[in-house]
Design a protein. Structure first.
Length: 207
C-alpha cells in the first residue's frame, strides 16, 4: 500500500476491524510481557468503581471541548490532521456500525492505557515521578505521531490522562481508560461526519 487515501478502499471492513484489534491487542501483550519481566502489574491500579466510571466520563469534557476547537480551527497544522483523518480513516470508519466504533474505542482505551499508564507510568513512578510522566507521554505521543502536530497534541492529551492518575490519592486506571475510550468514540463520530459531509480529496489534487 502506498499510503494514499484511495488505498483505504482496498481494505475490507473485517480487515480493518481485525487489523486494529490485532494492533491494540499487541500493545496489551507487550504491556503484560514487560510487566512480567520487570515484575510490574499493568493492571495494579485498575479497580471497578461506579464513581470512577462516572469520573472517567466527566473527564472527557475538556478533551471534547479541545476536539471541537480543533475541528473549528483554520490553523494549517490542525487542518493537515483533519485532512489526514478524513481522507485516510474516514472511508474506513464510515463503513463501521455504531457497535463497531464502540469496540474500537474500547480497544484503544483499554489497551493503550494499560501499556502507557498502567505499565510505563506504573513502573517508573516509584523511581521518579517526573521521569515517569515524561517517558510515558513522550512514547504515547510518538505512537500517535501521524503528523508532528498530532503527535504533540497526543502527548499533551497523554499528560492530561496521566494527571487523572497522579493527582488522585488512590489512583484508579479506570478513569483514564474510560476517558480515553469515550473521547475516541466521539472523535470517530466527528471523523465520520467530516468524511460524509466533505468527501476525500481526489487523487489528482494531492499529486
Amino acid at each position: 500500500m502506498s499510503g494514499s487515501p484511495q488505498d483505504t478502499t482496498e481494505i475490507t471492513h473485517s480487515q480493518f476491524l481485525t487489523g486494529t484489534a490485532l494492533f491494540e491487542g499487541g500493545l496489551l501483550f507487550v504491556a503484560f510481557v514487560l510487566g512480567w519481566l520487570l515484575d510490574v502489574d499493568p493492571t495494579g491500579m485498575l479497580t471497578w468503581s461506579w464513581q470512577d466510571l462516572f469520573n472517567g466520563v466527566l473527564a472527557t469534557v475538556p478533551m471534547i471541548i479541545l476536539l471541537v476547537i480543533c475541528f473549528l480551527s483554520r490553523w494549517k497544522g490542525i487542518l493537515s490532521i483533519r485532512t489526514f483523518l478524513r481522507d485516510v480513516l474516514g472511508p474506513l470508519l464510515s463503513r463501521c456500525r455504531i457497535h463497531d466504533l464502540v469496540l474500537l474505542a474500547l480497544l484503544a482505551g483499554v489497551c493503550e492505557e494499560i501499556l502507557f499508564r498502567g505499565f510505563l507510568y506504573g513502573w517508573l513512578a516509584p523511581i521518579n515521578g517526573t521521569l515517569a510522566i515524561i517517558v510515558s507521554n513522550t512514547l504515547f505521543g510518538a505512537a500517535h505521531a501521524i503528523t508532528p502536530v498530532y503527535g504533540l497534541l497526543a502527548g499533551f492529551m497523554g499528560l492530561y490522562l496521566t494527571a487523572l492518575l497522579a493527582v488522585d490519592s488512590s489512583p484508579n486506571l479506570l478513569i483514564p481508560v474510560v476517558a480515553h475510550a469515550v473521547y475516541d468514540f466521539v472523535a470517530f463520530l466527528f471523523v465520520v461526519r467530516d468524511y460524509r459531509r466533505r468527501p476525500a480529496s481526489a487523487a489528482g489534487s494531492r499529486a
